[in-house]
Ligand binder design. Structure first.
Ligand SMILES: [Mg+2]
Length: 212
């Protein structure tokens, strides 16, 4: 039994990590509530980190250049991003009952591996595939193939892809021949062509469902 596991929003709480970063950034620069609210709004609307830090540096130039701000963010995020409640315990249970566990995640290696180590997930899983290392991003089937090889399995139909991103994790995993488990966080499934094989509202529930 193999489980390929997304990281951000599936094993670790990106939103909680961002909120912690925003609080510490606001404290460091003595920002008021207006600026803190603006940071959270920008996080939802910026599109990507590059745009986020461009906009931040334009509004608050004294805090640094976009490059400097992004660099500092990457250094700090791993220590601020928590695992979701129950995730570590469920991963240990799955591993103890024979599951092979590999994290497959889009992002920078330093950031993602930092999160894995800091949260303790690195000690429980058998390995990880980070897009920066592999050279392709989800939903490219090649990253799922690399993760599957790392897990030591060749039978895709016996492997699950667990993730919160409909396109990258579920549609991508399905196209790669995997069974898919969507962590919905209470949202409605947005796609019409492909449906996940299983849905759970929370990461802990998804991992518990795998354990059966
Ligand atoms: Mg995710």
């Amino acid at each position: 039994m193999i489980a390929l596991l997304d990281l951000d929003g599936t094993l670790t709480g990106r939103a909680a990590g961002f909120a912690a970063w925003a609080r510490s950034f606001a404290a460091e620069w003595s920002l008021g509530d207006d600026d803190l609210r603006w940071l959270h709004r920008l996080d939802r609307t910026a599109g990507g980190r590059e745009q986020f830090f461009d906009a931040l540096s334009r509004r608050l130039p004294h805090t640094g250049t976009p490059e400097r701000l992004w660099h500092d963010y990457r250094v700090r995020m791993p220590e601020l991003t928590p695992a979701f409640p129950g995730v570590l315990a469920h991963l240990r249970t799955l591993r103890a009952s024979g599951w092979r566990l590999v994290v497959v995640t889009n992002g920078r290696s330093q950031t993602q591996v930092g999160k894995l180590r800091r949260t303790g997930i690195a000690d429980v899983v058998h390995g990880w595939c980070v897009s920066e290392d592999v050279g392709v991003r989800k939903p490219d089937p090649a990253i799922f193939a690399a993760a599957l090889a790392l897990a030591g399995g060749s039978d895709r139909t016996a492997a699950w892809m667990v993730g919160d991103d409909p396109a990258a994790d579920v549609v991508g995993g399905h196209a790669a021949g995997l069974r898919t488990h969507w962590v919905s966080h209470g949202l409605a499934w947005p796609e019409s062509e492909v449906r996940p094989d299983a849905v759970s509202a929370s990461p802990a529930q998804a991992l518990a469902a795998l354990a059966g």
